[in-house]
Ligand binder design. Structure first.
Ligand code: SUG
Length: 448
């Protein structure tokens, strides 16, 4: 029975804006206050989805969240009508207000950690929404993320849904952005690779000095337990604290893996030789297939250049032909060292045979590249049949979504525009229509 890896991309929400909310994420901070274009952002994301679908990949859609989050604002003591809640929050605590307006759920690599059924003891696909505790604006996502995932993967025989981990920094969990899986074929039992930034309960371990480590080993271990993973096929690695301090706020900004390939920077991990040993040991348990560690040296591409161009926030996908392709942001093409590196890479003796560049600049300016925009879900034939088909793409769905975006989205948004109660109405109207398009039922608080 063949399994495929589907990509579920986040649709960019109608309030996409640049608020500088993510300390430690260089792009988010440096574009704070810029004017955004939500319509263009959503269309750029949709174009990438369509291109992958046209390559023969299974492509799904994850709906955005309702913003501004009036419910979070009410919880924080702002009262009155929805418009008054927004007005008071904006006047009294503009930072809190802006955080409650973020369209950050678009980066669905942070939506959840997903373990395919081939890796889990009960042979079901397991999902745990990420609690995203490190940033307030992201910590308000997991409840609705869970609702959306349950509405898409709505079949208990095949899919197990867990609640997000306790909302505390000790269990800070950023989902699939710090998780990769290696396997020969997607339906084989794979090696699940968890990368963390710090130990929460052990002060003696190395930690970054400047920027926060968002993911803890304790969170990664809890996910592995919940997902009933085989300890012999589970590998944990610490991200190098120095690269976190250089702006690598998730592992997917410095490494990406697929099947028998780990593509990473020389400075990505704290104990690289040991990490490689562990992966080899775990991988060899189920395969004779060679494993490719593709390590990018500092002299080839500096950490700084990798952060600026998102060389590693690329999607490493296997086309139906078996050929591996890198889906890169156009910032990689515009950088001489990175383009040069990629051109050389695809002519070498590795499974990676091609690179394709995409314009996702609206997302990039907030620190989200192609890999941030997608959640990978490996699905067997039977599981594919059990997925809510309305959330999978086809020509008709693309046309409908394009029309939906063009009808509802603004093409210019500044932080000051977020206070407009009309924007809340527009967003709710758009999301209500979207839930029908995607057959989601009522997943948003305003629909309950
Ligand atoms: O969590 N940016 C997101 C980017 C997430 C990228 N995801 C992965 N690498 N997987 C973050 O820092 C910025 C929002 C703002 O500043 O307006 C933001 O949330």
């Amino acid at each position: 029975m063949k399994a495929v890896e589907a990509n579920f991309d986040g649709l960019v929400g109608p309030t996409h804006n640049y608020a500088g909310l993510s300390y430690g994420n260089v792009a988010s901070k440096s574009n704070a206050n810029a004017v955004s274009n939500p319509k263009q952002a959503a269309l750029q994301g949709l174009d990438k989805m369509k291109a992958l679908a046209d390559m023969g990949m299974m492509q799904g859609i994850l709906a955005p969240q309702e913003r501004p989050d009036i419910y979070a604002l009410r919880r924080l003591g702002f009262s009155g009508t929805d418009a008054q809640v927004m007005q008071k929050a904006y006047q009294q605590s503009p930072h809190i207000f802006l955080a409650c307006c973020s369209a950050s759920s678009m980066w669905t690599a942070n939506a959840a950690t997903v373990s395919p059924s081939a890796d889990t003891a009960d042979s079901r696909v397991h999902f745990t929404p990420a609690n995203l505790t490190n940033k307030f604006h992201r910590s308000i996502e997991p409840e609705v993320t869970g609702n959306i995932l349950k509405a898409i993967f709505n079949n208990e025989a095949h899919f197990a849904h867990h609640k997000h981990l306790p909302d505390n920094d000790h269990f800070g969990d950023e989902g699939a952005a710090n998780h990769t899986r290696f396997c020969e074929q997607y339906n084989d039992a794979g090696v699940e690779f968890f990368v963390y930034g710090k130990h929460a309960f052990d002060d003696s371990q190395a930690t970054p000095q400047k920027y926060p480590a968002r993911q803890t080993i304790e969170a990664s271990q809890a996910i592995a337990r919940l997902h009933q993973l085989d300890p012999a096929k589970t590998v944990y690695a610490q991200q190098h604290p120095d690269v976190i301090d250089a702006g690598v706020f998730h592992n997917d900004v410095i490494a990406v893996g697929n099947r028998n390939v780990l593509f990473y920077h020389q400075d990505a991990f704290l104990h690289t030789a040991n990490v490689k040993e562990q992966i080899k040991r775990a991988y060899d348990l189920n395969s004779e297939n060679p494993f490719h560690f593709i390590e990018v040296k500092r002299e080839q591409v500096s950490v700084q250049e990798a952060v600026n161009t998102y060389l590693f926030n690329t999607q490493l996908i296997s086309l139906p032909s078996g050929e591996m392709v890198i889906i890169a942001p156009m910032e990689c093409q515009q950088s001489d060292p990175v383009r040069g590196y990629l051109e050389a890479l695809i002519s070498q003796d590795t499974p990676i045979k091609d690179v394709r560049y995409f314009d996702v600049k609206q997302s990039m300016q907030n620190g989200g590249g192609p890999a941030c925009l997608r959640l990978r879900v490996v699905l067997s034939d039977a599981e594919q049949q059990a997925v809510n088909a309305a959330c999978l793409t086809n020509e008709e769905k693309f046309t409908q979504l394009q029309q939906w975006i063009n009808k509802h989205y603004r093409d210019r948004l500044h932080a000051d525009d977020l206070i407009d109660p009309q924007l809340l109405n527009e967003s709710r109207t758009a999301l209500d229509e979207l839930t029908q398009l995607l057959g989601l039922g009522s997943v948003y608080p305003f629909q309950k």
